[in-house]
Design a protein around this ligand. Structure first.
Ligand code: NDP
Length: 300
C-alpha cells in the first residue's frame, strides 16, 4: 500500500506575528512616554477620495492610537495642488510633535509622488521611500526601512533558523517591495536573485530558491512545481479575483494550495504579509521618534 499523505508546509501566521509586534510596540511606547513625558506622533496625509486609500488611512490611524502613539490625520480634497501638498509636508517636517509622515499613495493626477516623497524629512520618512533612506538601505544602513519588506524579514526570521547562505529569489523589482526586499536579504547574507517581467524561465529560477518572495501582483502566478521542496515562501501579492458565484476573494501571487504541498513554510493571503505592514509602520514611527528625540533605540 502506498502512502499518499503529503506533508503540508507550516503556515506562517502573519496576523499573530503582527499582533505580537504591535503588543511590543505598545509596551515600548508606554515606556518611552512614561520616561520622557511625550508621545510619539504619526501624521497620515490623504489626498482625494480613493475608497481603498480611505480604508488604509482609517486602519493606520486606528492602529496608531491602539499602540499608544498620537495620530494626526490630514484629509485634503482631490483638487489639492502639488504646491499645497508640499506646503503641508514642509509644515509637518517642522512640527516637533510629528515623528513620522506618511503620504498615502497613489496621489491624484497632477501631483508627483516622487516630488512629494523627496520633500519629506528623511528622519520622518516612516514609509522608507525617500531616496536618502533607499540609499542607506543599499549602503551602511541606519535609515528607515520600507514597511512591507521589513515585515517579510521579520516573518522570515521567525520561520527559518538561518538566513545566511540561503539562495533567495525575489519576484518583482518595485521601489516599495522588490528592490528593498533584495537589499534586506543581501544584508542578511543571502545570495539574492531579483527577477522581473523580462526574466527568462521563472519556474527554474524559483526552483533554485531556498527563500522565495513573490511580489508581482499576478494572481497565483507561482505554481506548486515552481517551488523547491522545503523552501520558505513569502507571498506579498494581494489580488482581488472574481469567484464563480459573482463575488470576489483575495489571493496572493502564489497558488497557495499547490505550493503548500511542496514548501517548508508559506505565508497565506490574507493573513500573511499584509498585517505586518501596518505593524512595521508603527515600529518605524517609534524608531524615528527615538532617533529624532535622542531616546534610547526601542527594542523591537
Ligand atoms: P508593481 O506593479 O510596482 O511591481 C510588480 C513587479 O512585478 C515589477 O517589477 C514587474 O516587473 C514584476 N512582474 C509583473 N508581472 C510579472 C511577470 N509576469 N513575471 C515576472 N515579473 C513580473 O507592484 P508592487 O511591488 O507594488 O506590488 C506587488 C504585489 O504586492 C501586488 O499584488 C500588491 O498589491 C502587493 N503589495 C502588498 C503589500 C502588503 O502589505 N502585503 C504592500 C505592497 C504591495 P517589471 O519591473 O519588469 O515591470
Amino acid at each position: 500500500m502506498s502512502d499518499t499523505t503529503q506533508a503540508m508546509a507550516t503556515r506562517i501566521d502573519g496576523k499573530a506575528a503582527a499582533e505580537a509586534l504591535r503588543a511590543r510596540i505598545a509596551t515600548e511606547a508606554a515606556r518611552l512616554t512614561a520616561r520622557h513625558g511625550t508621545i510619539a506622533g504619526l501624521a497620515v496625509v490623504l489626498v482625494g477620495e480613493d475608497p481603498a486609500s480611505q480604508v488604509y488611512v482609517r486602519n493606520k490611524a486606528a492602529a496608531t492610537r491602539a499602540a499608544g502613539l498620537a495620530s494626526f490625520e490630514h484629509r485634503l480634497p482631490a483638487t489639492t495642488t502639488e504646491a499645497e501638498l508640499l506646503a503641508l509636508v514642509a509644515s509637518l517636517n517642522r512640527d516637533p510633535d510629528i515623528d513620522g509622515i506618511l503620504v498615502q499613495l497613489p496621489l491624484p493626477a497632477g501631483i508627483s509622488a516622487a516630488a512629494v516623497t523627496a520633500a519629506i524629512d528623511p528622519a520622518k520618512d516612516v514609509d522608507g521611500f525617500h531616496p536618502v533612506n533607499a540609499g542607506r538601505l543599499w549602503g551602511d544602513g541606519g535609515g528607515l526601512v520600507p514597511c512591507t519588506p521589513q515585515g517579510c524579514m521579520i516573518l522570515l526570521r521567525g520561520a527559518r533558523d538561518r538566513l545566511a547562505g540561503a539562495n533567495a529569489v525575489v519576484l518583482g523589482r518595485s521601489q516599495i517591495v522588490g528592490k528593498p526586499m533584495a537589499a534586506l536579504l543581501l544584508g542578511a547574507d543571502c545570495t539574492v536573485t531579483v527577477a522581473h517581467s523580462r526574466s527568462r524561465d521563472l519556474p527554474a529560477l524559483c526552483r533554485s530558491a531556498d527563500i522565495l518572495v513573490a511580489a508581482v501582483g499576478r494572481p497565483e502566478m507561482v505554481r506548486g512545481d515552481w517551488i523547491r521542496p522545503g523552501a520558505t515562501v513569502i507571498d506579498v501579492g494581494i489580488n482581488r479575483v472574481a469567484t464563480a458565484d459573482g463575488r470576489s476573494r483575495l489571493v496572493g501571487d502564489v497558488a497557495y494550495a499547490e505550493a503548500a504541498t511542496v514548501a517548508g513554510a508559506i505565508t497565506p493571503v490574507p493573513g500573511g504579509v499584509g498585517p505586518m505592514t501596518i505593524a512595521c509602520l508603527l515600529r518605524n514611527t517609534l524608531i524615528a521618534a527615538a532617533r529624532r528625540r535622542g531616546w534610547s533605540e526601542p527594542d523591537l
